[in-house]
Design a protein around this ligand. Structure first.
Ligand code: ZN
Ligand code: FE
Length: 248
């Protein structure tokens, strides 16, 4: 079993992901940030689209559903909240599985950024598509959920194996690194931040990341260590609030 992931930048700082199950040639797009860019990438690759897998309802994730479905006939899978702005064929939630050919993707409820946000996890290949829940050196803003809910969601992701490859939906890493350095003097973070700044200067992506790397250097996941006097969820909430007000 294996998946091929084609990653490409789109909009101002989103990533598009086209995912192919190698055994069967079935293809999914993770979210629909930019219908034209996704359809162009499919054409270049010579792939035909079977599934649209949404992580949450925000327009830079579900806004291209209608146009891509009209062009490809793909089936749309996602959390119920997607229907706020876009078509959805199959609502899914925690514990559901989605078949992409011979690959099984497990749905993990990761509410917090939005209430219904979900992630998709391929346990056989140790690959997770986490939308706007976990970023490289960062995490999603709490637009709808509470710090407690988001901390619980992040805990589900950090429970995955350390070598899990994590595809996040935005290239926010350099600005996340500047904030991280302002709240955490962990040596591994400093090394990683330098690598991130250099990669971005060269125009290279810093996504994907891994669960192990985030556990070691992401200040949101390290919040209980940085704020040991608080409960883990409160510590996380404090770091999250500090980032929201950070001018770096
Ligand atoms: Zn979002
Ligand atoms: Fe987003």
């Amino acid at each position: 079993m294996s998946l091929t992931v084609h990653q490409f930048p789109c909009l101002s700082d989103n990533y598009g992901f086209l995912v192919r199950d190698d055994a069967t040639g079935k293809v999914a797009t993770i979210d629909t940030p930019d219908a034209d860019a996704i359809l162009a990438a499919l054409k270049t690759l010579g792939w035909s689209l079977d599934l649209i897998l949404n992580t949450h309802w925000h327009p830079d994730h579900a806004g291209g559903n209608a146009a891509i479905q009209a062009a490809t006939g793909a089936t749309i899978v996602g959390p119920q909240e997607v229907t706020r702005i876009a078509p959805l064929d199959r609502p899914v939630g925690q514990g559901d599985t989605v078949a992409l050919g011979e690959t099984t993707l497990s749905v993990i409820d990761t509410g917090g950024h939005t209430l219904g946000h979900i992630a998709y996890y391929d346990a056989a290949d140790r690959i997770a598509f986490v939308g706007d829940t976990l970023f490289a050196l960062g995490c999603g803003r709490l637009f709808e959920g509470t710090a407690e809910q988001m901390w619980g969601s992040l805990a589900k992701l950090t429970a995955l194996p350390d070598d899990t490859t994590v595809y996040c939906a935005h290239e926010y890493t350099a600005s996340n690194a500047r904030f991280a350095l302002s709240v955490d003097d962990e040596p591994a973070l400093k090394i990683r931040a330098d690598q991130v700044f250099a990669a971005r200067e060269r125009g290279e992506p810093t996504v994907p990341t891994t669960i192990g790397l985030e556990k070691a250097t992401n200040p949101f996941l390290r919040a209980p260590l940085l704020r040991p006097h608080l409960s883990p969820a409160e510590a996380f909430g404090e770091i999250r609030a500090a980032k929201d007000g950070f001018k770096g």
